[in-house]
Design a protein around this ligand. Sequence first.
Ligand SMILES: [Zn+2]
Length: 596
Amino acid sequence: MRFRFLPRLAGLLLLAALAPLRAAATIHYTISLANRAENRFGVRMEIPDANQATELDMPVWNGLYQVREFASRILELHASTAAGTAISLRRLTPHSWLAGPAGGRLIVEYSIEWDEPGPFSSQLNDSHAFLNAATLLLFVPQRRSEDVTLELRDVPQAWRVATALDSGSAANSYLARSYDDLVQAPIEASAFMDFSLQVAGREIRVVVHAAPPAPESVPLWSREHLEDAAQRIVETETTLMGDAPFPRYLFILHLGTGGGGGMEHPNSTAIAVGQGFDPAATMAHELFHAWNVLRIRPRSLEPVDYTREQPTDALWFAEGVTSTIAAYTLVRSGLWGREQLYADLAAQIQELESRPARRFESAEDSSIATWLDRAPLYGRDVNSISYYNKGQLLGLCLDITLREATGNRESLDSLLRAMNTRYAQKHEFYGDTAAIQALASELAQRDLTSFFARYVAGTDEIPFAEILARGGFDLRQNESVVGDAGFSAGRAGAAGVTVTAVEAGGPAERAGLRPGDTIVEINGAPATPRLGRLLARLSPGEEIRLRILRGAQAQSTVFHAGERASRAYRVSEAAGGGLPRAIRESILTGKSVAAQ
Ligand SMILES: [Zn+2]
């Protein structure tokens, strides 16, 4: 994902000056949505001035920090001249080709099959089309910075198109300043519901593609709630940062249509949540990425290299601290009550403490190792922590540390504002974690090397109770006995959730469950996304009914949960006043509160 500022401005000026010439030297994509029955996008790419041999590449990653195989989805690939004479295509690597000289305009045509829901992929079916350009479109590596135009064809009559791209003159046609900018603006085409708001001097558009609710169910989302949430979130985050760096902003929401998660882009986001889930927390997280990671950007992520992994040690900040601010935004805007923030904080601490890998994998390590996320073993709690989880907690701990060191004058808020003015607004990238440490130390007027060495680069246990107490919070731990299913499961896949480990002699093993089994249903409901929550809330002796797939064979099993001791955390407000109280009230309200 790349977002460049100066070239964008230069491109605009050039566009104004040379508009008639530019059109002739622009790579043009036409994408047909006709083959919805086979989930195949029909792509035609016209490359002007292809006098020499032309390399064509398919990205191997986009959105998710994972190497994926987009090129495996291509079929019927061929090249020709504008007059229709076939041009040779030689495969160079699994994801690149060399087309022979076309003596002018080179035409490349292919189909590409995508039917995956969610914001990280593409999908074409009878209900909608969702396009992430990097998962669909070949590019010419030497000409990645040229302007591109894109046109959607065969769009069904009842559908409309939404994207943050600038519109071209023809219907359903769009302009981008480069391939990278095209990649940074997903496209939704469907019979969606939409509305727009004016907030912070910007047009905020919300587009909702939703599954029809089950007949007997209560309404699962309402336009009123989404309007209210969008208004509060945009207002709170633009006020915090002191600017609105996007010319306009588009939320693309997929509600109950499959998939899950959110993907940030400079001027838009795509978010998918299951039936009955509120997208507000994800909206707050993704919108804050318009600053943190897209404009306040670690140097290691630039320039984007679509051909291989691109590690940075700063995802604990880019993702985790984005979650810290998202939680602050929800409570400061009134979308959450304080108790929700405290429950979330307790759950975050519980999650980190439940992962034995915290003793050897640091927040920086986890940021770098995210490229292993697709490997099932890596997801286990003995192999890895989550930089979202530890990063969110580090954000709060750093906030309290900055506030305590400066009598509540500096904070995580002011650190982010300083990064915005020092880097983002000057179109510069920051030097990953080292630069965050330097700027935080400058604001604190204190050397924070020890904090970063122990908790960010290192694996010292974070003394949560002690740090939270300095911020006016009380952290308690209760011993209790909870249910234990005797197995752990990895991340959800298309078919269900894979069993990663089965405890020897435990109830699941006695019932015949094996590592590698795919859980399709639990207690009569689809395993995704319910399984994790259900396992976390089991009571001792509770009945667990599973439908599983072992290879191609479907099986059912019933057993009862065992029990294990659990230490549950609880966060509340500490009774005292003074600086800790002032720090807490400032965090919760976003306003400066004096110590009494
Ligand atoms: Zn994120």
